[in-house]
Design a protein around this ligand. Structure first.
Ligand SMILES: [Zn+2]
Length: 464
């Protein structure tokens, strides 16, 4: 048992014990992804890539190195990243003529190629995606999977004939990310349009997908940017219209962080016994535990366990039998910690009655089903997913607060998202930002929490 109310300690313990990642690699902020963590990330990646490709994104993989002159083409963009770029300056003993950056994000190299590929309106909309590692020299406190100097993500990029087409793509991406986060990962989220001063460097609008961690701080898990024609003008990405004129394309770019998605799954669903994984991403979905204690019956128990394992595997379910020498209690404890959604216990009684004892990881509920009802496992997975989703959603709703004055903001800050009001004046927001981070400025009218003048609703929180 590990006390989850001490979230940071609990989190580090789970990362280690469940073989998620190891942060002791000798480069600060760079992780070794271990078996359990890597499996989950790859699963999330495949689910996302499938949806992106169904919506017309071409899969690609760009080089990690970006020439300095390409990275620096968009001035606002580079200004936003300059302090975080890792540079390759030498090759062997020679200094390079053109320094190479390790990609902190890939707008610039990708749009350098868009210029060569896009010719006519028939090429549009053009959409691509890649899953890769990006590099940022973070100076803030690093935290495994949450803030690192190398992290894994998927980035999507698109080019369109018109602003409407670009906006339509943003809606589609919001839907795809929403499906991934809510349906696959069973996590609640909120979309916040970031204030002007917190936009992606070079974007006209930035929409962030935020969730709330159990310690009350928000975590940005994905962003979607409307780039307008800012990059196409600089990179000279033009197309020939039907009328024969030449216009700059409209662009969008977007990406979720696989590490942050995984960190949210771990922290939001887990409990004092360890991980609780949604069945769709669990490396093992069912663990079968033979309860062996009488020589004369053991052979039959093992044989029957194998029969169940074969049936489950035929159904496409990721299953294993734990044949280790450990005591059953130790096995239960271990697989609970690893977050396996369903445990099946097989003893003499189950062999006799052709049944199996099912134990759900999320509710600890125990019940028997007959072997000829084994396809009920699929329904049990759906029930587990629904329960995880609803449970997390209830917690999320409890963490949305409304504040009518500064004292209330001080009272609620750090416990979730606070909705309040701001008039638009700088001195008022400075006072608010001393307490928390502004997640969004909404269209709804609200009275300024500082000066009491009319203004708009804002959302604030302590964020990771
Ligand atoms: Zn004010």
């Amino acid at each position: 048992m590990i006390d989850k109310s001490e979230l940071s300690e609990w989190y580090h313990r789970i990362l280690k014990d469940a073989k998620i990642v190891d942060s002791r690699y000798p480069v600060k902020g760079m992780l070794v992804y271990r078996r359990w963590g890597l499996f989950i990330i790859r699963k999330i990646q495949r689910e996302l890539e499938k949806m992106l490709e169904e919506s017309g994104h071409e899969p690609m993989l760009f080089p990690v190195a970006i020439p300095e002159n390409v990275l620096k083409k968009e001035t606002r963009h580079i200004a936003g990243f300059e302090d975080e770029v890792f540079w390759i300056t030498h090759a062997g003993r020679n200094e390079l003529d053109v320094k190479l950056a390790l990609r902190p994000t890939s707008e610039t190299p990708i749009y350098e190629m868009f210029k060569l590929w896009i010719r006519s309106h028939r090429d549009l909309p053009f959409k691509m995606h890649q899953s890769c590692a990006v590099y940022r020299y973070e100076t803030k406190h690093t935290r495994p999977l949450i803030r690192g100097r190398e992290f894994l993500w998927n980035e999507g990029h698109s080019a369109h004939e018109s602003e409407e087409s670009a906006k339509k793509n943003i809606l589609e991406i919001k839907e795809i990310y929403g499906k991934l986060i809510n349906e696959v990962l069973c996590l609640p989220f909120i979309i916040n349009e970031r204030p002007e001063w917190d936009r992606f460097p070079g974007a006209d609008n930035t929409y962030a997908i935020d969730t709330i961690m159990p310690d009350g701080r928000t975590l940005q898990i994905a962003t979607i940017h409307n780039l307008g024609q800012n990059f196409s003008r600089v990179f000279d990405i033009k197309f020939e219209t039907e009328k024969g004129t030449h216009e700059f394309v409209y662009q969008t770019s977007y990406g979720p962080s696989f590490g942050r998605l995984l960190a949210s799954v771990i922290c939001i669903h887990g409990d004092d016994n360890g991980l609780i994984l949604p069945p769709r991403i669990a490396p093992l979905q069912v663990i079968i535990i033979p309860i062996l204690f009488k020589e004369s019956e053991n052979e039959k128990i093992i044989e029957y366990s194998k029969e169940i394992e074969v049936k489950l595997r035929e159904m496409g379910i990721r299953t294993e039998i734990d044949m280790s020498e450990d005591h059953p209690g130790a096995k239960f404890y271990h697989w609970e910690m690893m977050g396996v959604p369903v445990r099946i216990e097989i003893g003499p009684r189950e062999v006799e009655g052709k049944t199996m004892k099912i134990v759900r990881r999320d509710t600890k509920e125990k019940f028997h089903i007959n072997i000829d009802e084994i396809d009920r496992i699929g329904n049990i997975f759906n029930e587990i997913s629904r329960n995880l989703r609803e449970r997390a959603e209830r917690e999320f709703k409890k963490r949305i607060f409304e504040a009518k004055n500064i004292d209330e903001i001080r009272r609620f800050i750090g416990r979730g998202i606070i909705e309040t009001g701001w008039c638009g004046k700088r001195k008022c927001i400075e006072e608010i930002e001393e307490i928390g981070d502004v997640l969004s400025i909404n269209n709804k009218e609200a009275m300024c929490v500082v000066c009491r003048e009319r203004g708009r609703e804002i959302r604030i929180a302590k964020s990771y």
